[in-house]
Design a protein around this ligand. Structure first.
Ligand SMILES: Cc1ncc(COP(=O)(O)O)c(C=O)c1O
Length: 382
């Protein structure tokens, strides 16, 4: 008889992301659901990876990351946020941003701990908390601005609170944290055992004159934080799954104990390639205007439809309200749009534990202009 497994994640089933992707494929729909570019990445970076492979960079690399890459990351952090980070002790290269978040949570959590998570939330946060025997405490962002309600956070904090997860720019809503938010976070966590797990994979994708408020700018926060980044979002190559975590020396020492027996190290030729490519600052400095153009282009197209955009200042995503079109639930609407109109989106209710329904859908605009044009065309006359 086959032994039984007691599920560590009994509530996890097929996610709406899988459902929508399957449905999109079945209906040959334009997929604005999945958060990934449909245009080619930089050819020079591909050539650098090829060169690294041809010149023999094909074996295990240092478990903390290829040192020249860590040094370039530290230079970038100092340039962008005026903070000195020790590449030897404070940076670990990881297989993607999600892994960096998971490892941070596994490093700090003990059974019974609580983690404050803001909803709508990126789908890995709660399972990565629960698999470690801890409890997620969801707090809903205000609608429709998707801001943190700090008095609610204050009320939720107790002696079991071990972490607060933040994500700016935010998936799925595109909201960004302000200086005032960072101040509130500082005040609420001062003299507590709370660790901040900050997901900053969209750090460069900030629009409309806003600035990214990285935890790395705030020494008082950084000393109690793990901050996660992803090269997949910077270089239009989400399939690379290459990122990094930055933390204090003491925290990073523990993080590396977990990482050592999990991935151990990441793809060597890509690290070698990015180590030199990252020195070309323009590539990441122009990302904000690159995506702003896409967002504005899509918004112009969508102004010909009854969908209404909600405020969005960053990330790959724009949320649209369909309350002028239908009273259906978000899930029903997303399914119907895919089947009848051939455009796949993601219902924002999927990012809430309680399935909160505000009649809004998430559209990914990190797509070719022709893709965005074709999608908007299909949504006119709804
Ligand atoms: C908020 C957020 N965090 C992390 C990730 C994943 O990053 P990576 O692919 O590097 O694991 C994504 C990707 O969609 C994301 O939206």
């Amino acid at each position: 008889m086959q032994p039984q497994i007691q599920s560590k994640l009994p509530d996890v089933g097929t996610t709406i992301f899988t459902v929508m992707s399957v449905l999109a494929a079945e209906n040959k729909a334009i997929n604005l659901g999945q958060g990934m570019p449909d245009y080619p990445m930089n050819q020079e970076l591909i050539a650098l990876v090829n060169e690294a492979m041809k010149t023999g960079h094909n074996q295990y690399v240092h478990m903390n990351g290829y040192m020249p890459l860590r040094e370039t990351i530290a230079e970038k952090v100092e340039f962008l946020y005026q903070t000195k980070i020790n590449p030897d002790t404070q940076i670990t290269v990881t297989p993607g941003g999600t892994y960096a978040l998971y490892t941070a949570l596994t490093t700090i959590l003990q059974p019974g701990d609580e983690v404050i998570v803001f909803e709508p939330a990126y789908d890995s946060y709660i399972p990565s908390t629960e698999v470690n025997g801890a409890k997620a405490v969801p707090i809903e962002l205000t609608f429709p601005e998707y801001k943190i309600n700090w008095p609610l956070v204050k009320n939720a904090i107790n002696e079991r609170t071990r972490a607060i997860m933040i994500n700016s720019p935010h998936n799925p809503t595109g909201s960004v944290l302000s200086k005032d938010d960072m101040e509130q976070l500082k005040v609420l966590t001062k003299n507590t055992r709370i660790v901040i797990v900050s997901d900053e994979v969209y750090e460069h994708l900030v629009f409309d004159g806003k600035e990214h408020e990285s935890v790395l700018k705030y020494p008082d926060l950084l000393e109690r934080s793990f901050v996660s980044f992803s090269f997949g979002k910077v270089y239009h190559c989400t399939g690379w799954k290459l990122g990094y975590s930055i933390s204090s020396e003491a925290f990073m020492k523990e993080f590396r104990k977990i990482h050592q027996y999990n991935a151990f190290c990441c793809d060597t030729p890509k690290q070698v390639a990015v180590a030199s490519f990252l020195k070309q600052r323009d590539n990441y400095l122009q990302l904000g205007s690159f995506f702003q153009k896409k967002k504005d282009f899509f918004k112009d197209l969508m102004s010909g439809t009854k969908f209404q955009p909600l405020p969005s200042y960053g990330s790959y995503f724009q949320i649209y309200s369909y309350k002028n079109i239908s009273e259906e639930s978000e899930k029903d609407m997303a399914i119907r749009l895919t089947k009848e109109r051939g455009v796949a989106t993601i219902p924002v209710s999927a990012f809430y534990t309680a399935g909160t329904n505000n009649q809004v859908l998430r559209f990914c605009f990190a797509k070719k202009e022709s893709t965005l044009e074709a999608a908007a065309e299909k949504l006119i006359n709804l």
